[in-house]
Write a protein that binds this ligand. Structure first.
Ligand SMILES: Nc1ncnc2c1ncn2[C@@H]1O[C@H](COP(=O)(O)OP(=O)(O)O)[C@@H](O)[C@H]1O
Ligand SMILES: [Mg+2]
Length: 314
């Protein structure tokens, strides 16, 4: 069963992967934000809830005019600050066109002034769910998937934006129209503009396990912090758990700031891959790769070296 799924995911099988069983829609009393026609907002019918994150929830929806499926994100709190953040998120994504970055279609506002972000619907699991269900990913596959995401992240940085929340839960494993598996980066809820060379100070937000030391110590986030989080994500996908997992938050922060990246004992990780991830997670940002492009090139060279004769590899 598992190998069939894997073949399908690699684009070798003819069938599409079945999407995860949708979560039950929230009870009507929790969805006071939709109008009298229940589950209908500004020309979109909300169908079922695809996922819930730290701040928002995402629904599968149908645009009735075009008769096409989309994904719609709304904030779980009606606080003006979180609504502003959703609009900022939409504007960040709208600037970037890249196959590994989720596409935003529109921002709509309901009668009560609450915004909704309309984006492309990606069928599939996020990588956190996938690892929880099927176990860790093979190292070559994890790196291959993240190469696309890193290319997308380069585009994000080129636009002067830091993502700020790279982690498996925010990467969706999807299959494109040609049947090829690809990973797409979502959730720009913590993204912000940065000035090259300047230190940006953000409020402490994001998922602690994937946060860079500079993020937790000074709240200083730059492209190098995204690089850290991407490397910790690759490690987590291959090992099945983040490298600095600890019982309490202070112990976790302490480990992120001071502990060396642990060499995984119970799963196979090539020593050269480990060395790349160790460089990308140096405690001092300047000691990491100069930028995400360099990290991506190094990972791509590692992946190529794993296939001795690529000419005969279909
Ligand atoms: N475009 C999309 N297509 C399909 N599922 C999505 C899409 N965007 C988000 N999701 C799902 O919803 C979850 C929450 O969305 P996310 O934007 O990460 O919210 P939050 O900002 O609260 O973390 C994601 O982890 C993912 O599983
Ligand atoms: Mg999220």
């Amino acid at each position: 069963m598992r190998s069939h799924r894997r073949d399908t995911l690699l684009g070798l099988g003819a069938t599409r992967e079945q999407p995860a069983a949708p979560e039950q829609p929230a009870a009507p009393k929790e969805i006071a934000w939709v109008d009298a026609e229940r589950l209908l907002v500004r020309g979109y019918r909300l169908l079922d809830r695809l996922g819930v994150g730290g701040t928002g929830e995402v629904w599968r929806a149908r645009h009735l005019g075009l008769d096409r499926l989309v994904a719609i994100k709304r904030m779980r709190s009606d606080h003006p600050e979180s609504n502003d953040r959703l609009v900022r998120e939409a504007r960040s994504i709208a600037r970037i066109r890249h196959p590994a970055i989720v596409q935003v279609h529109d921002v709509i506002v309901d009668d009560r002034g609450a915004p909704y972000l309309v984006m492309e619907l990606l069928e599939g699991d996020d990588l956190a769910r996938r690892v929880a269900a099927d176990g860790p990913l093979d190292q070559d596959r994890a790196v291959r998937l993240l190469l696309g995401v890193l290319s997308g992240l380069e585009a994000v940085h080129r636009h002067g934006i830091v993502h700020g929340d790279i982690k498996p839960e925010n990467i969706l494993l999807s299959i494109d129209d040609t049947g090829v598996e690809k990973a797409v980066l979502l959730d720009f809820g913590l993204s912000h503009a940065f000035e090259p060379g300047a230190q940006h100070t953000a409020t402490l937000a994001g998922t602690p396990h994937f946060m860079a030391p500079e993020q937790i110590v000074e709240g200083a986030v730059g492209p190098a912090s995204d690089q850290w989080s991407a490397c910790v994500s690759i490690y987590s996908l291959v090992v099945g758990r983040p490298p600095f997992a600890r019982e309490s938050l202070p112990a976790l922060f302490d480990a992120i700031r001071t502990a060396a990246l642990p060499y995984p004992r119970d799963v196979e990780m090539d020593a050269r891959l480990f060395a790349i991830l160790a460089r990308g997670t140096r405690k001092v940002p300047d000691e990491r790769y100069p930028n995400v492009h360099e990290l991506r090139m190094t990972l791509a060279a590692w992946l190529r070296s794993r296939r001795p004769n690529p000419r005969f590899d279909p």
